[in-house]
Design a binder for this molecule. Structure first.
Ligand code: BTN
Length: 252
């Protein structure tokens, strides 16, 4: 595998770094190629949401991955990326970080980073995956819609760093967790569970397009699905959806 970030293409302004990376991946760009935008005019989030991307205030980064894994195992890469972001915050910047399943990174209960993985699949094999990471770095305030739920490194630490500074340790941690994800998915799952306060015993609601379930979290499956125990004792394995915390925590 090639080093993640062996080549970094920097753009002053792009619609979405994920789109640039996908175009390049489609035309054969190698694993590890990284795109950083100083600003995104159409930053995208999961589930059709937008990602606020003002110039020089956030890190907007996408990396091309070409893991030799079955498409069914791709979720583990997502979890590995969340672990890498959380560790960068915690170990390199002394900012406590939490992970909300599958890959929202929170600080003081507010979102500081989001991850959007988009992949191309051919006959059950992953052709490529574009790993897009957005980190709120220097924002001093947010638009009204997200003001109550978002935070930035500057707001948390009072320290002004540039988004590019954050990219360096992040790419190193992404690389090591990505490598591990390919060979030892169980270790990624274990570290994710350790970093996430959501992993076990939290009462949550999980909403997906089809339905909404309420129950207590019971860790992850070996493929990275969230196990939720319903009131009747049944265990659901959630593969996609939006998790929100409900009032009570259980004792188990
Ligand atoms: C989410 O939490 O919903 C995911 C947000 C992902 C944002 C990043 S910023 C870099 C890359 N380019 C995009 O358009 N989105 C991702």
């Amino acid at each position: 595998m090639m080093k993640l970030g062996h080549t970094i293409l920097r753009f002053e302004r792009v619609a979405s770094t994920n789109d640039v990376a996908k175009d390049l991946a489609t035309s054969g760009a190698p694993e590890g190629l990284c795109i950083i935008g100083r600003e995104q005019t159409a930053g995208r989030g999961r589930q059709g949401r937008s990602w606020s991307s003002p110039a020089a205030e956030g890190l907007y980064l996408s990396v091309i991955l070409r893991p030799d894994i079955a498409a069914a195992n791709a979720a583990i890469i997502t979890l590995a990326a969340a672990v890498a972001v959380a560790e960068t915050l915690q170990l390199d910047y002394q900012v406590p970080a939490d992970i909300k399943w599958p890959n929202d990174v929170l600080t003081s209960g507010r979102k500081i980073s989001g991850i959007l993985i988009e992949s191309a699949i051919e006959s059950d094999k992953l052709q490529y995956a574009v790993l897009g990471v957005g980190v709120n770095i220097a924002q001093q305030s947010f638009a009204a819609e997200i003001a109550g739920t978002a935070t930035s490194l500057l707001l948390e630490t009072g320290e002004a760093i540039s988004p590019e500074d954050f990219a360096k340790p992040l790419l190193e941690r992404l690389e090591s967790w990505y490598k591990l994800a390919i060979v030892r998915a169980d270790q990624v799952i274990a570290r994710w569970e350790e970093l996430s306060s959501y992993a076990r015993g939290r009462k949550v609601r999980v909403e997906s397009s089809a339905r909404s379930v309420v129950g207590f979290t019971k860790g992850l499956t070996p493929h990275g699905a969230l196990r939720v125990e319903l009131a009747n004792g049944e265990i659901r394995e959630i593969v996609s959806g939006e998790v929100s915390l409900l009032a009570a925590s259980s004792s188990n």
